[in-house]
Design a protein around this ligand. Sequence first.
Ligand SMILES: *Cc1c(COP(=O)(O)O)cnc(C)c1O
Length: 467
Amino acid sequence: MNLEQFRHHAHKAVDMMADFLGDIEQYPVKSQAKPREIYDQLPASPPAQPEDMDAIMADFTQHILPGMTHWQSPNFFAYFPGNSSYPSVIAEMLTATLAAQCMIWDTSPAAAELEELCMNWLKEMCALPAEWEGVIQDTASSATLCAILSAREQASEFAVNKAGFEGYTDFRVYCSTETHSSIDKAVKIAGIGAANLVKVAVDDEMGMDPAALEAAIQADLKAGKQPLCVIATLGTTSTTAFDPLEPIGQICQKYGLWLHVDAAFAGTAMILPEQRWMGKGLELADSYVFNPHKWMFTNFDCTAYFVKDKEALIRTFSILPEYLKTSSRGQVNDYRDWGIALGRRFRALKLWFVIRSFGVEGIQVRLRDHLSYAQWLVEQVEAHPHAMLMAPTKLNLVCFRFCPKHLSPEQQDALNEKLLHRLNDSGKLYLTHTKVKGRYTLRMVIGQTYVEKRHVEAAWEEIKKGV
Ligand SMILES: *Cc1c(COP(=O)(O)O)cnc(C)c1O
């Protein structure tokens, strides 16, 4: 392909993208593909000769699109949203065009400085503690791993990085029974061991019980273990439960533990002053993560990771081979020292485009819409003779199930499971499920960029019809 052909095909691709987003409601939300169906349609070996772009695009439309689940459909109510938006897509196109490696300031000063600025913007938008500093990571999973590694290095005075685990084989990490699986993964990768992750009991609303946390720490101390870190969650994945940060943070201070806060999904709600109740005690945290790539209209990947003490982070990760020594070191941020990967995409650009194009108030309007649609759904569930809320709806995830009285709890489980599969197979909407106190529960998240009230109303009609 030459430059003129690039111009031609890129224009056509943008038209196709706009048509696709305009027609998105026509596509089944969840792909209807069967296992191996896509693979078997495509040639097993790569082409030896150049292929025409029109042919490639035709195959994209014919074979790839039907195999996609449409996260940008307003009828996507599954998992947590993986949102995009028009300004974000434009920024991603520019990022792909520049295709810069933004590992250090020298390799693209604008990328490093825009990242610093956008992290400060996010800090202000969410009213996070002013002394925190932020960096963009690929995922919340990576950010949480960075937090546990930093905690490990700080507690061992950087000895594990240097000499391995000798003398430091008794670390203990604490989280609630409702915590995301990325914490289990991080504890394994950090060399602490899954058996040393203590799952603390939760209260009736599925937030961590601080008394149970303190009891677990005291029992470990008595047994000669070394409590290291607590991971508190704001908005669990199963039901958006909230761990009480203030008492947990006080316990961390009392015993000298690192407090990491995982607000991957719910953190976006901190942009709304009326939702900042969840951040009470946040100043006690050592590190904090939330994902603009979930609910803040910014393409994956874009995770905002904030730390109280950037020196602990940088000392954990910094490397300085001769070929990376630069004269600007010390005056500007070299983000390769703020996380795991050396090579980094220019991820700040899409955040900058999104924040400017929506404006903070524009984002707030959208978030409040989502929260009000969720409240409307809560009212419908409460008014339905056979439906029941399974967890408090603190934000925009509604957990419910149908439980006709003539059915046993097991039969009710089966009814809800069948309903979920039937709805998802219809292509009209996409929901996922969880278990709440052992019972099969439907999860409906209302946070997609393009969702309107009418989509939620239509989804509820479909759901009711299916029972
Ligand atoms: C989604 C989610 C994660 C994982 O986020 P990634 O960016 O995909 O790693 C972690 N914790 C919570 C609470 C989440 O909702």
